[in-house]
Write a protein that binds this ligand. Structure first.
Ligand code: MG
Length: 208
């Protein structure tokens, strides 16, 4: 099972970290399956960072095998989505980026991929999905998929040229603005807005 992640897919987030906005092709990286943290389990703050950031993201669950997916079929490759966190050791990542090194150890460490419970995309406003992340009960990120640089379909077409898609793969689609540090004791919660306007909690994790 692959966990494919997209970086800098919302311009306002790219800017808040001082990165160039991305055009052309998406920024792609992977996390290993050992990164998954499910079932609202707590997250234990790792000792190799002192600047751990949350990045709440919509996650697609791939439901068909395929490679070189064409745009007209891309939408049929996922039926369910959820919210997750792409935990990032920002201090470590900054050092790696400065050296031009891969950033896997800053992004793909154990439990760095929080994943919530799946929801059918038919329950959501598919043209513009809306989601929120709350830290200790306060909204810190509020995302809309109309702001994506690369749509879900763009992402599926692009990544399937390099990585054959398998049933059960996950794609983290990037984070909107509002990323920030967490500390021990923080409670992080991801909520999606359904078609009828209700907010549904998809994950909650406590940092320990
Ligand atoms: Mg991210």
């Amino acid at each position: 099972m692959n966990i494919i992640c997209i970086g800098r897919n919302y311009d306002e987030h790219a800017r808040e970290l001082g990165n160039e906005v991305v055009r052309g092709n998406p920024v792609v990286f992977m996390k290993p399956p050992t990164a998954l943290l499910v079932n609202d389990k707590p997250f234990y703050y790792p000792d190799f960072t002192s600047d751990l950031h949350y990045e709440c993201e919509l996650v697609l669950k791939i439901c068909k095998n395929g490679r070189y997916v064409q745009p007209e079929f891309a939408d049929s490759y996922f039926e369910q989505v959820t919210l997750g966190i792409d935990f990032t050791a920002r201090d470590l990542q900054s050092k790696l980026k400065a050296k031009g090194h891969p950033w896997e150890i800053a992004k793909g460490f154990d439990n760095s991929a929080v994943m919530g419970q799946m929801i059918s995309k038919s329950e959501l406003t598919q043209e513009n999905m809306e989601f929120k992340m709350l830290k200790n009960g306060e909204v810190v990120q509020h995302g809309f998929t109309k702001d994506l640089v690369f749509s879900f379909n763009d992402i599926i077409c692009y990544v399937s040229k390099f990585f054959r898609l398998h049933v059960g793969d996950y794609i983290y689609t990037g984070t909107p603005k509002g990323v920030g540090p967490v500390k021990i004791g923080d409670v992080l919660e991801g909520r999606i807005v359904t078609k009828d306007g209700a907010e549904k909690r998809l994950f909650q994790t406590e940092v320990k």
